[in-house]
Design a binder for this molecule. Structure first.
Ligand SMILES: *Cc1c(COP(=O)(O)O)cnc(C)c1O
Length: 229
């Protein structure tokens, strides 16, 4: 299947899944995860109307960014971000999905202030508690949100999580529902400058259960661009 056919198929599944659980498909954004994939394939995606791209390496955003003139193209940093890389992407990232420490938020704040930007971020939460996963623990998430809320050039707009590779449908859904519950709990605390409008969860193999659990952003790579090396 071609990239445009893949996109069409993902869109149809998103629509059908959303409708089946009483959600508006318009509330669910598909982010095409283009990591390791060439610009030529990304252009096929933009031709099919895709304008949100996810990358997990800052250097790859830096390299691909100048290849796109259309200012409607949005870049999402979804992978681990080292503090010394923040300055390279601060003027390019629409949203940073992977903030899991105050130190990182502080660096983002500093770099954003220098270019007069308020950088939208998500807090990455390690809901599963698996040791290998990055993200702040569920327990420490509230505290981290409160601390970051004092930074003027960073704005938390939601939470992000990655499920566990070999989880079943039910296990994924339970995990995603936990993230949803956490975001509702934080929203109820009315922390100034902290907004819980986005839930970035769901990848190629688990985005249906993510939609059912309330995802507003799906990060789909393989399902759009095919397998990676
Ligand atoms: C690679 C990646 C994805 C996309 O994974 P697929 O299984 O190819 O859809 C989503 N989120 C993150 C954080 C990733 O690193």
């Amino acid at each position: 299947m071609s990239i445009s056919e893949n996109i069409e198929s993902v869109r149809n599944i998103v629509k059908a899944t959303a409708k089946a659980c009483g959600r508006n498909p318009e509330d669910i954004k598909i982010i095409a995860v283009s990591k390791t994939k060439p610009v030529s394939m990304m252009k096929e995606a933009t031709d099919a109307g895709m304008c949100e791209f996810g990358e997990n390496r800052p250097q790859e955003i830096v390299r691909k960014y100048p290849e796109f003139e259309d200012e409607n193209i949005k870049w999402h940093l979804i992978g681990q971000l080292q503090k010394n890389k923040v300055r390279h992407i601060i003027d390019k990232a629409e949203l940073i999905h992977s903030v899991d420490s105050y130190d990182l938020a502080l660096e983002i704040n500093k770099r954003a202030e220098l270019i007069d930007k308020v950088q939208d971020i998500l807090i990455q939460v390690n809901i599963s508690g698996e040791e290998t996963k990055s993200g702040v623990s569920e327990k420490k998430c509230v505290e981290l949100c409160k601390k970051i809320s004092d930074l003027e050039n960073v704005r938390i707009i939601g939470l992000m999580t990655i499920s566990v590779f070999d989880y079943s449908y039910d296990e994924n859904k339970e995990l995603f529902l936990k993230l949803k519950a956490l975001s509702e709990k934080i929203a109820d605390m009315n922390i100034k400058n902290v907004f819980m409008k986005e839930l970035s969860m769901g990848m190629t193999h688990d985005y249906k259960e993510a939609i059912e659990a309330g995802a507003t952003m799906l990060r789909i790579g393989t399902g759009i661009f095919g397998f990676r090396e």
